[in-house]
Design a protein around this ligand. Structure first.
Ligand SMILES: [Fe+2]
Length: 318
């Protein structure tokens, strides 16, 4: 929210009142040192490392912003409301992470990139856990929709371009009413989401409809924050992909569609140029052919990112 000149002057006077000569960055440095020092018995060095960084940066925010008691109360109230908004079918903290660019930053830091490896992007809050597996070429629709049919196909390959057979390809997208099945009890459960296996040549193929751009759920604290920041809630149309195979890192990504009005202002910053496709008419059907390259898993353990199977979204019960 904008700060008036009078408000700014009041803050400056208040800070000077607290500490005549100190710039905000120097207020109470021993407190930060003390909070960090008391973690000497932390359960793990990694926890210690992350918490030390978090404490330093959180304290820096308070100093740099000259935070008032009222503003901090407002922040606590905001987080409380975000927590209360969460349920089996609503994850407000993923939305917050997404709209603040944190999800994409974690993705950038944690994912490997390189030749032959496809770009990743956010998981988003609408992955609903394991979904029905269909045969090559089948449709992911469970009811008819008045939308342009779309056929998607391509190959799953290793970084050298060799086919990966038996990869699990999970796809999901919105219905024409801008809602996923997990948001909309009128849709059959599992509508517009399904899984496929790549064949011996690494190929996949399925039928769907052209997706639509949609607003992220903006009726809660994340939406209020977006509005307060002067931003819109829309995401450009996309189809979600999660592709996993033993020995490879799970690829979480989307394919976006050329010409979408929101490609340059995705509410969650998920667009990467390599993920924008242009359907071609083949035999009268919109067709997208896109290959995905998976990175090799370089450390032991699950090839699926943690927490994915514990679905962050279940169908609304009412
Ligand atoms: Fe989505």
């Amino acid at each position: 929210m904008p700060i008036s000149a009078a408000g700014r002057l009041e803050r400056e006077q208040r800070v000077i009142g607290k500490n005549e000569s100190a710039a905000p960055a120097e207020v109470f440095p021993e407190l930060t040192r003390d909070v960090i020092a008391r973690m000497a018995d932390a359960e793990s060095t990694r926890l210690h490392e992350i918490m030390e960084i978090a404490i330093r940066h959180l304290h820096a925010i308070v100093r740099e912003a000259n935070l008032t008691q009222g503003e901090w109360s407002q922040a606590i109230d905001f987080l409380t409301r975000a927590g209360k908004m969460c349920s089996d079918n609503r994850q407000e903290f993923i939305l917050l992470s997404d709209i603040l660019g944190i999800s994409m930053l974690v993705d950038a830091v944690d994912n490997v990139a390189g030749p032959g490896i496809s770009d990743s992007t956010v998981l988003g809050p609408f992955y609903a856990g394991p979904q029905r597996e269909l045969a090559q070429g089948e449709s992911i629709l469970l009811r008819g929709e008045a939308s342009e049919p779309l056929e998607m196909s391509g190959r799953i390959t290793d970084p050298e371009g060799k086919p990966i057979a038996g990869a699990l390809i999970e796809v999901w997208q919105t219905a024409p009413n801008q809602l996923y099945d997990v948001q909309d009890t009128d849709q059959p459960q599992g509508h517009l989401r399904a899984s496929f296996r790549s064949d011996g040549a690494g190929a996949y193929r399925f039928r769907t409809i052209i997706p639509v751009s949609y607003p992220i759920p903006d009726d809660g604290p994340a939406g209020q924050l977006l509005k307060a920041m002067g931003r819109h809630p829309f995401r450009p149309a996309h189809v979600h992909f999660m592709i996993s195979a033993p020995g490879f890192r799970t690829l979480v990504t989307h394919l976006f569609f050329e010409g979408d009005e929101f490609l340059g202002s995705d509410a969650v910053f998920g667009v990467k140029p390599s993920l924008i496709v242009r359907p071609e008419l083949r035999g009268g059907i919109n067709t997208v052919e896109h290959d995905f390259g998976l990175a090799r898993e370089t450390h032991a353990g699950s090839t699926r990112p943690p927490g994915f199977v514990a679905a962050n979204n279940k169908r609304p019960s009412g």
